[in-house]
Design a protein around this ligand. Structure first.
Ligand code: ZN
Length: 140
């Protein structure tokens, strides 16, 4: 709870960078959450994730967490981390998450018990996943 509130009040990387390899816009209509996210990847490493958005504390805090956690990772590391978060958040409370892999992301484990909030928590992570696939598709 504390971690979520902290990220909500002081979001990380919440200022869209003017240059990027991929830009995505994701919305969660069931709650009114909305984010735009810019991603840059150099030689298979994600060097920048910046974003802007509006919505509930869970969606905004979760996007702050993922933007910080994924920066500096290789694309395959990033996809592993995102898959682990997705498994945790869809586990209905049975998977408390690997803190070594997910960092502050484990703070959202409790959200998995509330189906209505799962989409809020996933919004930023799915946006990063989408941005990665767009950035890598462009470079091939
Ligand atoms: Zn929400």
């Amino acid at each position: 709870q504390e971690v979520i509130l902290d990220h909500y009040k002081n979001p990380l990387n919440k200022k869209l960078a003017p240059t990027f390899d991929a830009q995505v816009h994701h919305i969660n209509p069931s709650c009114g959450d909305e984010i735009t996210l810019n991603l840059t990847a150099v030689d298979g490493v994600i060097t920048a994730i910046t974003w802007d958005g509006v919505g509930c504390s869970i969606s905004q805090a979760s996007t702050s967490v993922v933007s910080d956690l994924i920066r500096g990772r290789t694309i395959s590391e990033a996809l592993t981390i995102i898959a682990a978060f997705q498994a945790m958040i869809q586990s209905k409370g049975t998977d408390s998450g690997d803190e070594e892999l997910l960092g502050d992301g484990v703070a959202f484990a409790g959200v998995s018990k509330f189906p209505a909030r799962v989409k809020c928590a996933l919004l930023g992570w799915m946006a990063v996943k989408d941005a990665i696939s767009q950035a890598t598709a462009q470079k091939q």
